[in-house]
Ligand binder design. Structure first.
Ligand code: PLP
Length: 405
């Protein structure tokens, strides 16, 4: 095997902080560390850079600065949107979402069910797409909110959010979309999309973990999810995370500047990688529709291979990717997304997600293509033995890679 290099192909899980972002943040960690709510200038002078960062994030989303509420992450943004919509219609006890949402939504739905709500989880087609007719008939007069993700984090499949928003609007139902996987990959115009709420998370965009944002359409109802101080115009309590907001703003600017070129560069890289794998390695199939999907994501099923075994070999070679398995009580379960698409357990358990990003190069793809065929052969040569051994070890240690990201 080749000398080990580091090759990060898991950009849907998280991304490296851009040096420009770190540089923009550093003065706010070292020197300007005041509290923006303080009466003296060392504190309140921070409102200007905060406003600038808010404007940059708003620009990225095609929104107005006052429509942006900073949160701690994508999960909080999702929870806050659902909470607001439910609070706006306390008598409406029905929620519509999909079976392929991130756990931030699936789990919130389960909690709401325990509190007496009815939740409809819309099924998806075999290629991961959504039947809009099903959505239309699921919406009822007592539906408080529909929450449907824009881009699936595992397969990259995109739902037609503009059409979904129009259907919801037509039925008088508030609409939230989890767009965590979209910024930096596709252009966003929240206003034109017609959504009421839209969630994003900075760590998917070359800013640090621990900061996110929720777009709240100007006239959409909003009830704070985290209460306390009057920060974020009373919409989210808690002292502003100034350095991270600044970093988020810088990352949004970078994404805006680079999007058109990066989008086609990454798409080209992903397509070359995917085509080569599909042609050079026998019995590999693609999961999810290719008609509408993120430019950076490829989810592939390797027949007669356990994904955890392959991930282990990739890891040994310095390559980071993810499987759809989640380790629950010592057993490796196939991804809920692939299962919802009707994949047989074996195929789901042999599936790997590669997700490319800003810092990936042609050399990264060359390296993967050089080492991957031998790894698959090795795993297939000892039918299931190595993979099963590794899976059992991972399950026992509770360290199986999980695609809750
Ligand atoms: N929604 C989607 C689609 C995601 O991929 C993620 C990533 O983990 C989240 C929500 C949660 O975001 P965060 O990690 O910022 O809470």
């Amino acid at each position: 095997m080749n000398s080990r290099r580091f090759c990060y192909l898991d950009n849907n899980a998280t991304t490296r902080v851009a040096p420009e972002v770190l540089e923009a943040m550093t003065p706010f960690l070292k020197d300007h560390w005041g509290n923006p709510s303080s009466a003296y200038s060392f504190g309140h002078q921070l409102s200007k850079p905060l406003d600038k960062a808010r404007a940059s994030v708003a620009d990225l989303l095609g929104a107005e600065p006052m429509e942006i509420v900073f949160t701690s992450c994508g999960t909080e943004s999702n929870n806050a949107a659902w909470n607001s919509a439910l609070a706006a219609h306390p008598r409406k006890k029905h929620i519509v979402t999909t079976t392929v949402e991130h756990s931030a939504n699936i789990k919130f739905g389960q909690v709401m069910e325990e509190r007496g709500y009815k939740v409809t989880y819309l099924k998806v087609e075999a290629d991961g797409t959504l039947d809009l007719g099903e959505l239309e008939s699921a919406l009822r007069s007592d539906t408080a909110v529909a929450s449907i993700m824009w881009a699936n984090n595992e397969t990259g499949v995109l739902f037609p959010i503009e059409e979904v928003a129009a259907i919801c609007r037509g039925k008088g139902v508030l609409f939230h979309t989890d767009a965590v996987q979209v910024p930096g990959k596709l252009k966003i115009n929240a206003r034109a999309l017609g959504v009421d709420y839209l969630s994003i998370s900075a760590h998917k965009l070359h800013a640090p973990k621990g900061i996110g944002a929720l777009y709240v359409r100007r006239r959409a109802p909003f009830t704070p999810y985290i209460v306390g101080g009057s920060q974020e115009k009373g919409r989210r309590g808690g002292t502003e995370n100034v350095p991270y907001v600044i970093g988020f703003g810088k990352a949004a600017e970078l994404a805006q500047d680079m999007l058109p070129d990066e989008n086609s560069r990454i798409r080209g890289l992903r397509d070359r990688m995917e085509k080569a794998i599909l042609t050079q390695i026998p019995r590999v199939t693609r999961n999810g529709s290719i008609r509408e999907r993120l430019p950076n994501t490829s989810n592939l099923a390797f027949e007669h291979v356990e994904a955890e075994g392959l991930l282990h070999l990739l890891d040994e070679a310095g390559i980071c990717a993810s499987s759809g398995s989640a380790c629950t009580t010592g057993a490796i379960n196939p991804s809920h997304v692939l299962t919802a698409m009707g994949l047989k357990s074996d195929r789901a358990r042999g599936s790997i997600r590669f997700s490319l990003g800003l810092y990936n190069s042609e050399e990264d793809v060359d390296y993967l293509l050089e080492v991957l065929p031998g790894m698959v052969q090795k795993l297939r040569g000892e039918p299931g033995k190595m993979a099963r051994h590794r899976s059992a070890k991972l399950a026992a240690s509770g360290k199986a890679h999980s695609l809750q990201t």
